[in-house]
Ligand binder design. Structure first.
Ligand code: FCB
Length: 449
């Protein structure tokens, strides 16, 4: 960790934190919420490492006021949360469930009352189970359903949400949820999962139109990116690295920014007009970054055209992910080089790390590795801005320790520790560090308070 003061960020830069509905809300059957694919998946034996579910998670549904107080104490100007589609449409279709909308209405008003911009993600992977039963994102109709849902949410919250994010990480939802089957809905289709890419992107494009019709707030999508490090030096390794880069970093961005799908991705489900709908202008590109990926040529009998290998030589998080802050600078600069003037301003919508944080005898939670991690990544964003990339926000994943998908409760990403037995929240050392060394240090001095 460095004690060098943070460099200045541009005026109006949005400092925030992120969460998602299924990971924190709990209250899985409250007020008419329907089941999602993650309820089904988590309740299927053997899917989650510790056998847990999101039934209760952090009980944020009932404790949101306490959690907003934590946000206010942090001094963030933005809070990225997601809206649970099955709270709004319990079966994925039809009129809105008023009680579901009421919850987010209360959350949004409480945020605004504390000076925190609500940043709402419409889809963070919790598809209503009824839509999955009809084919899920393999079914083109789900794109139209998503736009209807976006319309219902924007009709209620469109005057107060300050930034919309349509989808969270459609690449991860496609690859882990439908390609490998390690996330919900647990389908292991390998490359037969590609319709999920197109239908999510189409749903995004249709939702952008629906949001614009109801709300003047800017619209974004949050993509996951990973700079590719070529392992090995053969032509086959080079081809493997390029193939993985196209899959992870370009498949969901080239069409959004008007270039159509990368070569090699001739998706048979594309219909006339779809690419125009997908390329509807967005105001912000959300970038989620955790680590680079090392790639080499696959063995001849592999079903994949590449093999992912460990990236050695870096410290690692409790998730065993390498800590490479400069990868974030590299990624942001590469996006600018790749897309030039077609690239909208970027907000880093997720950046964070898991460590095995435990309260000490005094009840404090020291997490020096997280402070070092975030310090490095915030500086990497600054370096990208200095190199000419327009970055207008940074959100730490996550406000709270929470239910980390297939990892259950075993990975703690929060600035705030959660004791899941008591739901007690304890800000970690990184919470005070983010507040003091980043947010307050970067704020306009203004009159003394
Ligand atoms: C991202 C997800 C987020 C969280 C972090 C650790 O891929 O968007 O929900 O799981 O990883």
């Amino acid at each position: 960790m460095t004690s060098t003061p943070m460099p200045d960020f541009p005026a109006g830069f949005r400092w925030g934190v992120s969460t998602s509905a299924y990971q924190i809300e709990g209250a899985a059957t409250a007020d008419g919420r329907g089941p999602s694919i993650w309820d089904t998946f988590a309740h299927s034996p053997g899917r989650i490492v510790d056998g847990s579910t999101g039934d209760e998670a952090c009980d944020h549904y009932h404790r949101y006021a306490e959690d907003v107080a934590l946000l206010a104490g942090l001094g963030v100007s933005g809070y990225r949360f997601s809206i649970a589609w099955p709270r709004i449409q319990p079966t994925g279709a039809g009129p809105a469930n008023p009680a579901g909308l009421d919850f987010y209405d209360r959350l949004v008003d409480t945020l605004l009352a504390h000076g925190v911009d609500p940043v709402a993600t419409l889809f963070h992977w919790d598809l209503p189970q009824a839509l999955e039963d009809a084919g899920g994102w393999l079914n083109r109709d789900t794109a139209a359903r998503f736009a209807e849902y976006a319309d219902l949410v924007a009709a209620r919250l469109g005057d107060r949400v300050r930034l919309w994010i349509t989808l969270n990480e459609p690449f991860i939802h496609m690859s882990l949820g439908h390609g490998m089957g390690t996330h919900a809905p647990g389908r292991a289709l390998l490359f037969d999962a590609f319709p999920v890419a197109h239908h999510q992107l189409l749903g995004h494009g249709l939702a952008v139109a629906a949001l614009r019709a109801r709300s003047t707030s800017p619209v974004a999508i949050a993509n996951n990116y990973s700079p590719v490090r070529q392992a090995g030096d053969t032509d086959a390794d080079r081809a493997a690295a390029a193939a993985y880069d196209a899959l992870h970093n370009r498949l969901f961005t080239d069409p959004l920014l008007g270039r159509g799908y990368p070569d090699g991705f001739e998706l048979s489900v594309v219909r006339p007009g779809d690419l125009d709908a997908i390329a509807a202008p967005i105001d912000v590109l959300g970038v989620n970054y955790y680590n680079p990926t090392a790639v080499r040529a696959a063995e001849p009998d592999s079903p994949l055209p590449f093999e992912l290998v460990p990236l050695d030589g870096y410290p690692r998080t409790a998730f065993d992910w390498p800590v490479v802050p400069d990868g974030l600078r590299e990624l942001l600069v590469d996006l600018k080089q790749r897309y030039g003037d077609a690239l909208p301003p970027i907000q880093v919508t997720e950046s964070g790390c898991a460590y095995d944080d435990v309260p000490d005898a005094d009840g404090r939670v020291p997490d020096p590795e997280r402070i070092a991690y975030l310090d490095g990544h915030v500086r990497a964003v600054h370096a990208a801005i200095a190199a000419g990339v327009e970055v207008t926000g940074y959100f730490v994943w996550s406000l709270l320790d929470n239910w980390e998908w297939a990892e259950g409760f075993t990975k703690r990403f929060g600035l705030v520790h959660v004791d899941y037995a008591t739901q007690r929240r304890t800000p970690k050392a990184s919470y005070a560090w983010y507040r003091d060394a980043v947010i307050r240090a970067g704020a306009d001095p203004g009159p003394a308070r």
